[in-house]
Structure formats: C-alpha cells, structure tokens
Write a protein that binds this ligand. Structure first.
Ligand SMILES: [Zn+2]
Length: 164
C-alpha cells in the first residue's frame, strides 16, 4: 500500500468540473484514492479526460474513479451517485479526507448546468460529514455570487455537528 505516513488519504472532488489535476497527480499511485463527480466531459470542459473508464494505472490502478453526470443532474440523482462514491471511500478506509468543494453544481450557476439546490448542498454536506473523517475542505468553483454564501454555509455547516 501507500507510503504516506500518518494514514491513508482519500480525495473527493465535487466541483462541477472534472478534477483532472488531482487525477493526474495521483493517477499512478495507490497512496491517495481520488474520486471526482463532475459534468460529463463529452459535452463539458476538459473534454479529453474525466471519463468513467479512467481508473488509475500501474500501482494506482483501481485508486481513481470518475463519475460523469449529465446536464440537469438534480439533488436525487446527485446524491445517489455520491453514495456510490462514499461507499468506495469507506471501503478504502482512509484516515483523512480532502474535499474539493465547488458550488458550481448549483442550479443557478452561470458556468454549470446541474440542478443542485441549496437544500441539496446541505444533504451533500451531511453525507460527506457522515464519513466521520478529519476533512480538509478546499474551495473551488462557484460563480453565482448571490447564492454562493448560502450554498457554502449549507454545505460546511454540516461539518460542525460531526462528533468524533
Ligand atoms: Zn468548477
């Protein structure tokens, strides 16, 4: 297994756009499980990567997963896919989680075409926080500036209530 001291790390990217940078960095490594939920690259940036059949290479084979989602993905569909991703993370049994948070999955985001509501952000936060892992949240996209605060608070607020 991995050579990281202090425990294994999972990285979950829920920004609207594919987490191609994180994917690229760890693609050959089993040290970090990387998972990204994002817009289908068949119709959205970055187009050349982010497909479901990209699962890592070499010793990293099986330690990367992409979940491309179609335009109009709503709370119910998103949460169903998120649950699949969270099951993979639980099975990996990491000690830490890095969460790439993008609010551009919001229904009203000018750069995205998903249909996630503010309540959806709360539900996503609830589920991710439910992993019970020490979590580093990295702020990524989110371009509806009027809704950005409430969506981010709806998500992050769920982490304050986690008991460890
Ligand atoms: Zn984005």
């Amino acid at each position: 297994m991995g050579g990281i001291e202090g425990g294994r790390v999972a990285l979950l990217d829920i920004d609207y756009h594919c987490g191609n940078g994180s994917q690229d960095i760890f693609y050959d490594s089993a040290d970090v499980l990387t998972i990204s939920l994002h817009a289908d690259p068949n119709h959205q940036y970055p187009y050349f990567t982010g497909y479901a059949d990209e699962t890592g290479s070499g010793s990293g084979l099986g330690y990367h997963r992409n979940f491309p989602l179609p335009p109009g993905t709503d709370d119910a569909a998103y949460l169903q896919t998120l649950d699949e991703a969270l099951t993979l993370i639980r099975n990996y049994n990491p000690q830490y989680l890095v969460l790439s948070f993008g609010a551009d999955i919001f229904a009203g985001d000018p750069l995205g075409d998903f249909a996630i509501t503010t309540e959806g952000f709360a539900a996503i936060g609830q589920r991710v926080a439910g992993l019970g892992l020490p979590t580093l949240i990295v702020m990524e996209g989110g371009y509806n500036t009027e809704a950005l605060g409430q969506n981010t608070c709806a998500f992050v607020g769920k982490f304050e209530k986690v008991k460890r």
